[in-house]
Design a protein around this ligand. Structure first.
Ligand SMILES: Cc1cc2nc3c(=O)[nH]c(=O)nc-3n(C[C@H](O)[C@H](O)[C@H](O)COP(=O)(O)OP(=O)(O)OC[C@H]3O[C@@H](n4cnc5c(N)ncnc54)[C@H](O)[C@@H]3O)c2cc1C
Length: 328
């Protein structure tokens, strides 16, 4: 366990350095989008007819404030917990005020930590990354979709939290800086909760406010054990329906239920060849996120310091160059 924590700590330190750079310039999309949330809130409060809310800071045309710090862990109170399926729940944490946003520039994640007592009696910390499923500009709260592992230290800790309890969070931790208008052909391979960073990217690419990626095409291969495990299915299928020429969703299911007509089994070289933009396609990037074993089989494991590590596995076998693959 200790080595894992050490690695995580290094990741925090490294990511903190890059996250500082992020904070130098607040993403413009956040500034622009907050009046929308403000307007929606004005409408809702108007219906309530409560004038005292006019003093609420939401109306004060204030700059959205990032709730997280890349420098230090801060405690955030758990507000609500919603079951998503048999092993995954959605956790909503309160931000300090309605002026606060997660402000997680796409694509980035946060680090969570929980203390434990070491054998020598001193305090150690379990540290794990998570990607919010609420939007970066959402005021007042942040939400995570977290899968429970019976042997999992952090997932068990978070699943045991009750509303009113708090979780320590630090961020944002920069991952892939999505530069609008740069990539025209995007491939994604996600396994289980590995969908969360892909969701960030998909929302960004298909955002109505994004005028630079309107010809960007995205194909997502989403691998799950059973159909019940498919997270955020409605939203993903909504994009496929709304943008049939730009967003293709391919499910791969290990143990399908009767009547399943999609792909059965793991993500194979043939499945990748059939659906993802090929290695020679210009302006291409392929994103991968999933369990360690899946990542290793598809693109090679990340390095012990959590940097990208060499490209291996299926994508190497199919001749994708290293700079066209990004492992979350
Ligand atoms: C950038 C990034 C973003 C992430 N975002 C999310 C997210 O939004 N939601 C989410 O639920 N998770 C996410 N994760 C995974 C998360 O960080 C943890 O790895 C996960 O919650 C397990 O941590 P744990 O401490 O509970 O398990 P650990 O104590 O690390 O592992 C204990 C055991 O649990 C099992 N286990 C742990 N992880 C996996 C796995 N992925 N697949 C299969 N078995 C496993 C294994 O049996 C393992 O031996 C993300 C990971 C990364 C790198």
């Amino acid at each position: 366990m200790t080595p894992r924590i050490d690695t995580c700590s290094k990741q925090v330190a490294g990511a903190t350095r890059s996250a500082r750079a992020y904070h130098g310039s607040w993403p413009k999309t956040v500034k622009r989008s907050v009046p929308w949330s403000g307007a929606a809130t004005v409408a809702a409060l108007g219906v309530i007819g409560t004038t005292c809310f006019y003093s609420n800071s939401v109306f004060a045309d204030a700059e959205p404030k990032p709730a997280f710090s890349p420098e230090e862990f801060r405690a955030f109170e758990l507000d609500t917990v919603l079951p998503v399926n048999h092993n995954t729940k959605k956790f909503r944490f309160k931000l300090p005020t309605n002026e606060h946003v997660s402000g997680l520039h796409v694509a980035s994640c946060v680090m969570t930590r929980c203390p434990y007592k070491k054998e020598d009696g001193s305090t150690g910390y379990i540290i794990r990354p998570y990607t919010p499923v609420s939007r970066e500009e959402t005021p007042g709260y942040v939400e995570f979709m977290i899968k429970y592992y019976p042997e999992g230290k952090m997932s068990k800790h978070i699943h045991n939290l009750k509303p009113g309890d708090s979780l320590e969070i630090k961020g944002p931790m920069a991952k892939y800086d999505w530069e609008q208008g740069r990539r025209k052909n995007v491939g994604m391979i996600a396994g289980g909760t590995g969908i969360t960073p892909m969701l960030q990217l998909i929302r960004k690419i298909f955002s109505e406010k994004n005028t630079k990626d309107t010809d960007t095409k995205v194909t997502l291969i989403f691998a799950n054990q059973t159909e019940e495990d498919i997270l955020i299915r409605d939203e993903l299928e909504g994009y496929a329906k709304k943008y049939p020429d730009r967003f293709k969703l391919v499910h791969a299911i290990d143990r399908p239920s009767k009547g399943w007509t999609g792909h059965v089994g793991y993500v194979t070289p043939d499945l990748v060849k059939e659906h993802l933009p090929g290695p020679d396609t210009p302006d291409t990037i392929v994103f991968c996120c999933g369990p360690d074993a899946m990542l290793a089989a598809l693109a090679g494991a990340k390095a012990p310091d959590k940097s990208q590590g060499p490209l291996e596995g299926v994508l190497k076998q199919l001749n994708y160059p290293q700079d066209k693959v990004y492992k979350f």
